[in-house]
Write a protein that binds this ligand. Sequence first.
Ligand SMILES: [Zn+2]
Length: 174
Amino acid sequence: MFQITANIVDIINRKIFPGTVIVENGKISNIIREDKLNSDIYILPGFIDAHVHIESSMLVPSEFARLAVTHGTVATVSDPHEIANVLGVVGVKFMIENGSIVPFKFFFGAPSCVPATNYETSGAKITSDDIRILFENYGLKYLSEMMNFPGVLNDIPDVLEMLDCYRKEMMPIS
Ligand SMILES: [Zn+2]
């Protein structure tokens, strides 16, 4: 068991109160209100970065996590399309596997635009079939960052096939 007494930031009720957080087996088991507290320590839920490309940090996910937690970030929602542009599915698998070795939460999506458009000459291409494989083998839960809006607006078959694949599975598309 572990406990810490500090000012607790209750995000839902928009209050800050002195209290003690009890942690058992890695999870908060209780929060006890205290009458008084003289502390400049605040406890609040960890931040979730809703849009960050881990590769832009030039760090592998596990090292990104080590630095991000020092700033209060405990999770990300991330499209690994940058590494996918270079290495394809192998790169995405690497990001997922490397991220899984740390307690930080990486919510990776399946890259929808590799390459971003047909005018780009990246090193790899991710198809609907590739994404199905990533989905089935790695539990990705959403199609990420459909940047090819011209492809959507102009009914480009490859792009629509990518979207249809997810609509059938009722998965979110970001
Ligand atoms: Zn982005």
